[in-house]
Design a protein. Structure first.
Ligand code: ZN
Length: 66
């Protein structure tokens, strides 16, 4: 599991928002999150960011409909 670094975990956390992770990726990610508090924190931040972006996109869609 040494090869599976925080760098890899954060990359997957971001990709997870755009695509479905493979079972292997998802398993590794969950394992890493289980042992790494820093990446759990990153996941929380990424989730907040995603929600903010979704709201922002919502506003843009409203603008375009006018
Ligand atoms: Zn980590």
């Amino acid at each position: 599991m040494d090869k599976y670094s925080c760098r890899e975990a954060t990359r997957l956390l971001l990709q997870e928002q755009d695509r479905e992770l493979t079972t292997g990726e998802s398993t590794m990610l969950q394992f890493h999150l289980g042992i790494c508090a820093a990446c759990r924190k990153f996941r929380d931040q990424a989730e907040l960011m995603r929600q903010a972006m979704a709201r922002w996109r919502g506003y843009r869609d409203d603008d375009q409909e006018k």
